[in-house]
Design a protein around this ligand. Sequence first.
Ligand SMILES: *Cc1c(COP(=O)(O)O)cnc(C)c1O
Length: 399
Amino acid sequence: MSHHWPEFDVKESGLHLAVDRLRSKKPAPAPTVALPAALPQEGLGEEAALDTLAPIVLDGARDLGAPGFFAHMDPPTPWITWAVSQWTASRNQNLLHPDTAPTARQLEETVVAWFAPYYDMSGGHMTPGSTLANITALWAAREAGATSVVAGVDAHLSVRKAAHLLGMTFRAVDWKEPGDVTGAAAVITAGVTSTGEIEPLDAAEGALWRHVDAAWSGPLRLSDRYAGLLEGVERADSVCMSAHKWLFQPKESALIFFADVERAHRSVSVDAPYLAVPNVGILGSHGAVAAPLAATVLAYGRTGISAWIDHTMGLAETLHDLIETHPELEVRSRPQSGVVNWRHRSVPTRSLHQGLTEDVFVSMTTIDGEPWLRSVAANPNADPELVVEGVLASAARVR
Ligand SMILES: *Cc1c(COP(=O)(O)O)cnc(C)c1O
């Protein structure tokens, strides 16, 4: 049933190559050490530290690329991103200072310049997530004169957080009847976190600033089949997207784009005597997070990324159809951007969720006050049949 994507597996030869390039000394085998109750005063040595941490950091983590994982917006990551993340950790360039990051700054510009045209934006920068991207966008909107934030009722909590931090009033609206939006920064969500709904991208015409929060669904713009779902995004003043969601990047990787990047960047820049160039955006020191993303685009291209996205969209469709045709199960609606909300007709959703075994993982959300299972199509290796079987098995146990 599920197609296997080897990019998400370890590739020994590739990893060896990458690790060799770090020119590390080959450590000798060390005895396995139990986890200390507290971190020690005296160091254990590198090998013992790795032995101690491996079960926690590696074995203790959920396998986001397992066939039964159809849950959150967190994707498995292609092995090449692991390799390049090691490289960036080893060089530790700081994009705050052009002299310590002569190439990393350029690489980020190249990556941003590659993505921005898909949204008809003139540029932007990377942030550690769309939470910070939303704050950055609304900061630029406030500098442009906006005094309030208007967002759909299902907007991400970071929008409310941003309004609070920036001292702007916040109003949640139904985009069918948004009321007066003049003087406001409007936030339209492309891919609501709980349901995947893409809000109308022509909403809030007449707002002082229109920001599209495409944290989840932004990568659809790269898709051969689904780019049209984001038609209208190009008329926004700013757009954000989390690369650590549907672009299969390790955390913490996201992008903020602006229609008029020079003006926006000027408005969110602060200078200081020790800086060679003004500090743009919220972060101070920050790293070469563009490198793993550049590697992904270089290795697989738009077409490769689109193949993953199109495949996962298909998995959500398949999951939807399996649920819809099953007499005991109920699906809320056809998935718009790869998010399926579903439940059992007679077993309470919370018990159903608690009854799941280790090999099947779906998430939960609340919609209009009612709990729903939530399956997000972030895992190209997911097997919809296995997930449905797992939920039905839980129902049989719980009942
Ligand atoms: C995930 C999400 C965010 C926040 O993004 P992070 O990368 O987790 O900071 C913002 N908006 C929407 C719609 C999201 O789904």
